[in-house]
Design a protein. Sequence first.
Length: 119
Amino acid sequence: MDIKLFDSELKVMDVLWKEGDGTAKHISEVLKQEVGWNVNTTYTLIKRCIKKGAIERSEPNFMCHALIPKEEVQEAETNELINKIYDGSADKLFAALLNKKKLSTNQIEKLKKIIKDLD
């Protein structure tokens, strides 16, 4: 993925990923409730996402559609984190996560299944 989105832009994208296509007005109403942003702030961020190619705008009513899937962004952000903080080593990231958080038996079983499925 070549598009770099900032945290504020990801909040706009998250509304579209959760709810599907929506008007700019609806996105601004959701973000006003969630983070307290005014309409102008949200519209500016939507326009930035459009300029970056993350959102497509159509009429009527300034309808917004996400052009990139959440999974693609998650993968790009994870890769960036691994490269920036963990010297490109996914196992270092994995070890750090496991050492910081107490995992339930259920969570441990899920992780074992993920690892087994990778084999």
